[in-house]
Design a protein around this ligand. Structure first.
Ligand code: NAI
Ligand code: MG
Length: 501
């Protein structure tokens, strides 16, 4: 692939040239209390893109105090639901007006391709605000026909109100930085809460630019605070903060567990969107051309760095060899290159650490006896590129069939029949998503019923929408983001009694 990439957008250039990126606390851009900074890199080159203020506990404390103040008094509390909805709609417009700039910033900081950022991350980010802009005027309680058996003849009125929680902490991962942040900010604000965001240390830039745009759109000070920093310091301080009412986290299952433990101090609510080892199941009555595209998208989208990657591909015996051949052919044609190249189909992994983790899994796969059909190597030595990699002869109990790799590495395994594949698909500590390819509608629906996963795709893969709930079964997490379910996540119910006797 040629290395000629798109010209850097003037807005991106101005942002990168603008000096050290600071923390957004109480509507002001400030240095970290410690004065510390860290560097964020372009994973396509390994070069530093920007220097960023490194928040830790003291800055999280300041941000939570600002969020509390904005929640308890000031313009945010006085806004009507209609005004809140209009503000969310305006945020969507402002993001849309800067979509090319934000897409490029995401590519530079995360490594993803401009095609995926422009066609996926950005339109979805905008649409999340449009979808949730309709919600503030529709968050309501109910009147309840109570009976009160111990008060014969008594008359009561009872109603419920759905109220905001207060201050929500959001710990954001690096694989879809802007999109994950918008997925949290939109419903959290729709419900009337305020928020403290902790971007991933690998990818703080698009969120910091978003912070500028939120102020431009008119979000009152303190309503959205952004504190970049590292997990064990800034992240942990947010999760354990005694004045945070809820924490929402996306990332590794291990850190998810520690967030839950940290939340125990004040018993704050926790929603977790964690890892996966998702099955993508191809029956021999599937439309094979469609299934081949679905297998490819399933594992190689975003360099395989998706919680929903279809990393265990099960193919019914008759077409197994053909399926391996077609996925390997696609994979060999896909040479990773800089994401800013307009034709790039695959970019680098997010960091050197992630690249080494993925290459380590590839070595383990070979050592445990799996057969490497294609890929397996780093590409070049500047950026963090890894070839799309296909393994066969994989047993269900091998490391590469059990653990989340979070890179472009797929385990392809044959199966005999429906009952067998359902049991093997469900034999995982995870349960985030599952894909099924068959033209038999009854079989498809039986599988949808039997799969222990929070999302099931029938004859499609990797589809998401603002209106469709998202979250996992088992150790893939708890709670649901997106859709009406996120409104339940970020509100609490008050029960009000009125004596009419
Ligand atoms: P991670 O889980 O360590 O990081 C995710 C976020 O949590 C980042 O913002 C990080 O700063 C923060 N964090 C880290 N330690 C924390 C702590 N003790 N308390 C509070 N926040 C903390 O993920 P990492 O190390 O970047 O990647 C490791 C693996 O995690 C990946 O290989 C992948 O398997 C999984 N992962 C899954 C994601 C998903 O979308 N479900 C996203 C990112 C990673
Ligand atoms: Mg980590």
């Amino acid at each position: 692939m040629t290395t000629a990439t798109l010209d850097v957008h003037p807005g991106v250039q101005a942002f990168l040239d603008g000096g050290t990126k600071r923390l957004l606390i109480g509507g002001q851009w400030v240095d970290a209390a410690s004065g510390k900074t860290f560097e964020t890199k372009n994973p396509a080159t390994g070069e530093t893109l920007a220097t960023v203020a490194e928040g830790d506990k003291a800055d999280i404390d300041a941000a939570v105090a600002a969020a509390r103040k904005a929640f308890e008094k000031g313009p945010w509390k006085k806004m009507t639901p209609s005004e809140r909805g209009q503000l969310l709609y305006k945020i969507a417009d402002v993001i849309e007006a800067h979509k090319d700039e934000l897409a490029q910033l995401e590519v530079l900081d995360n490594g993803k391709t401009i095609r995926e950022a422009s066609s996926g991350d950005l339109p979805l980010s905008v649409d999340l605000f449009r979808y949730y802009s309709g919600w503030p005027t529709k968050i309501h309680g109910e009147t309840t026909p109570v009976s009160v058996p111990y008060y014969p003849g008594g008359k009561f009125m009872h109603y419920t109100v759905k109220e905001a929680l207060g201050v929500v902490g959001a710990i954001i991962p690096w694989n879809f930085p802007l999109l994950m942040a918008c997925e949290r900010i939109a419903p959290i604000l729709a419900c009337g809460n305020t928020i403290v965001l902790k971007p991933a240390e690998q990818t703080p830039l698009s969120l910091l630019r978003l912070g500028e745009l939120l102020l431009e759109a008119g979000v009152p000070e303190g309503v959205v605070n952004i504190v970049p920093g590292f997990g064990p310091t800034a992240g942990a301080a947010l999760a354990e903060h005694m004045d945070v009412d809820k924490v929402t986290f996306t990332g590794s299952t291990e850190v998810g567990r520690s967030v839950m433990r940290a939340a125990a101090g004040n018993l704050k609510g926790v929603s977790l969107e964690l890892g996966g080892k998702s099955p993508n199941i191809v029956f021999d009555d599937a439309d094979m051309a469609q299934a081949a595209k679905g297998m490819f998208m399933g594992i190689f989208y975003n360099q395989g760095q998706t919680c929903s990657s279809g990393s265990r591909v099960f193919v019914q015996k008759k077409f197994f060899d053909q399926a391996v051949e077609s996925l390997a052919t696609f994979a060999k044609k896909t040479v990773p290159g800089p994401g800013l190249h307009p034709k790039a189909k695959m970019g680098p992994l997010v960091s050197e650490e992630q690249m080494n983790r993925v290459l380590g899994y590839i070595e383990t796969g070979k050592k445990e006896g799996a057969t490497l059909v294609c890929g397996g190597n780093r590409v070049g030595d500047g950026g963090y590129f890894v070839e799309p990699t296909v393994f066969t002869d994989v047993k269900d109990d091998m490391t590469i069939a059990k653990e989340e790799i979070f890179g472009p590495v797929v385990a392809m395994m044959p199966f005999e029949d429906e009952e067998e594949v359902l049991a093997r698909a469900n034999n995982s500590v995870y349960g985030l998503v599952a894909g099924v390819w068959t033209q038999d509608i009854k079989k498809a629906l039986r599988m949808a019923q039997g799969l222990k996963a929070g999302v099931v795709w029938l004859n499609c893969y990797q589809f998401v929408d603002a209106a469709a709930p998202w979250g996992g079964y088992k150790q893939s997490g708890n709670g649901r983001e997106k859709g009406p379910q996120a409104i339940d996540e970020y509100t609490q119910t008050k029960s009000v009694w009125v004596d009419l006797n």
